[in-house]
Design a protein around this ligand. Structure first.
Ligand code: SUG
Length: 442
């Protein structure tokens, strides 16, 4: 029996609002505002504490080094680190800003996971996402691979693949476009994709880009050793992407046998549900909202479907929703209806994740779900599992190293880069990860 762990990304010391993600309405709306990295990190840790106290598996993933001076060097800047920062700010400020995003905090985009119960070779597989749709996010793939390999180093039990080759045909966004549903009949992995790289997509979104390709989803399913009967590739609805659902997890969430979904999440919802029902049987529970009871723009604004749907130790489920859903009457009514109408879902808890939400990252974006058997759990020696002692250590670490105010022009400050390196050096030791960062010579 596996226990599910939520690996949450810790917001990094350069958390900022740069308006980098076209099609992500919150990111564009807040671009240029001052940020508070310390508050962002503490909000995330508070969510982790809350979930761990429910008795649910919780773990952490460390931030990436930013500004990414190595990326700037690969793009032609040279000299000392301060000289690279200064020249980038002077000549191409947008580039420095893009190389400074703390976007690795949205761990749902870190990788796609296949638990050992579902794979051909009985190992747990992780394919880090190449995130090649957006430059600032594409910088994450290399460090994510290093970090995951440091945590899941036991090759007998775990395989951490290379990310898919970069480029438009194999653009992969990780678990944000993936839901695993399971009943007594088995497991089905639903891969949402937005466009077809090679053949062109018959119906594409008109306003905003579709990030994930069908080819990428298919390759990830193969790499992760999933047999065909466990895989279902389904197109994201173009009108959903145009309404701001840049990942499928903006309009759906799945957990165990339960699937909450808006009709604008996927094309032809009716046949998606029939196909799932045919594979998973009567045990599958689907809650579907349509335009009439939950307009898609309210669903995107409130991020109600980006809630975490979590199985409690009792076997019942609860919903972890952002406070923006509590403040939105339609969203609140929908979530409360799920609790009253579905026996298995017993509560909704609202959490303040404002700093992440302002960049379009809700509760579900911040975590990567990884089911681990007890032997797999024991094979991980890194101190990444969340408990009271780690919470205390991490809160102290944030208090020592994070600023409470950051503007985009602070990103050129060499002192900020020093602070980040000192902080991450300390963190990698605290988490027992060894030298995972290139600046450590690792
Ligand atoms: O990729 N925002 C992220 C949000 C990721 C949300 N993840 C999931 N839906 N699972 C993105 O668009 C904004 C950064 C900025 O604008 O400063 C950003 O990268």
């Amino acid at each position: 029996m596996a226990r599910e762990f939520n690996f949450d990304g810790i917001a990094g010391p350069t958390h900022n609002y740069a308006g980098l993600s076209r099609g992500n309405l919150a990111s564009l709306k807040h671009g240029g505002q001052l940020s508070n990295p310390r508050a962002a990190a503490l909000e995330g840790l508070e969510k982790m504490r809350f979930i761990a106290e429910l008795g649910v598996g919780q773990a952490v993933l460390p931030p990436h080094p930013r500004p990414d001076v190595r990326a700037l060097r690969r793009l032609g800047f040279s000299g000392s680190d301060p000289a690279v920062l200064e020249a980038a700010w002077r000549l191409e400020p947008r580039l420095l800003v893009a190389c400074s995003s703390a976007s690795a905090m949205w761990a749902a985009n870190a990788a796609t996971v296949a638990p050992s119960s579902d794979t051909r070779d009985g190992r747990l597989h992780l394919t880090p996402a190449n995130l090649s749709a957006l430059f600032h996010r594409s910088l994450e793939a290399e460090q994510t691979t290093r970090t995951l390999r440091a945590i899941f180093f036991d090759a007998e039990r775990f395989t951490v693949h290379d990310p898919l080759p970069a480029g438009a045909y194999f653009s992969d966004e990780g678990a944000a476009n993936h839901s695993r549903l399971v009943t007594s009949l088995g497991a089905v992995h639903v891969f949402g994709w937005g466009r077809q790289g090679f053949s062109g997509t018959p119906v594409e979104p008109r306003r905003y880009p579709a990030r994930q390709t069908q080819e990428a989803s298919r390759a990830v399913a193969k790499l992760n050793q999933l047999t065909e009967e466990r895989v279902l590739l389904w197109q994201q609805a173009p009108e959903g992407i145009d309404a701001g659902a840049f990942h499928s997890d903006v309009l759906c969430v799945g957990n165990d046998n339960t699937f909450l979904c808006h009709k604008s999440a996927f094309v032809d919802t009716q046949s998606l549900l029939q196909t799932l029902q045919a594979r998973l049987g009567e045990g599958l529970e689907c809650v579907v909202a349509g335009e009439e009871d939950f307009p898609v723009h309210e669903a995107v604004a409130s991020y109600a479907f980006n809630s975490q749907l979590i199985t409690l130790p009792s076997g019942e489920m609860c919903i972890i929703a952002p406070v923006e859903s509590e403040r939105n009457a339609v969203a609140r009514r929908f979530l409360e209806r799920v609790v009253t109408d579905w026996e298995s879902v017993v509560a909704v808890h609202y959490i303040d994740l404002n700093s992440s939400m302002k960049n379009g990252g809700g509760p579900a974006c911040l975590r990567l779900k990884i089911p681990l058997t007890s032997t797999e759990r024991d094979a991980i020696s890194a101190r990444v599992f969340f408990d009271g002692a780690l919470e205390h250590a991490l809160k102290g670490w944030v208090a020592r190293h994070y600023r409470d105010r950051l503007g985009l022009d602070d990103l050129r400050d060499p002192e900020l880069l020093n602070q980040v390196h000192t902080a991450l050096d300390e963190l990698s030791a605290l988490l027992g990860l060894g030298s995972i960062y290139p600046f450590q010579g690792g």
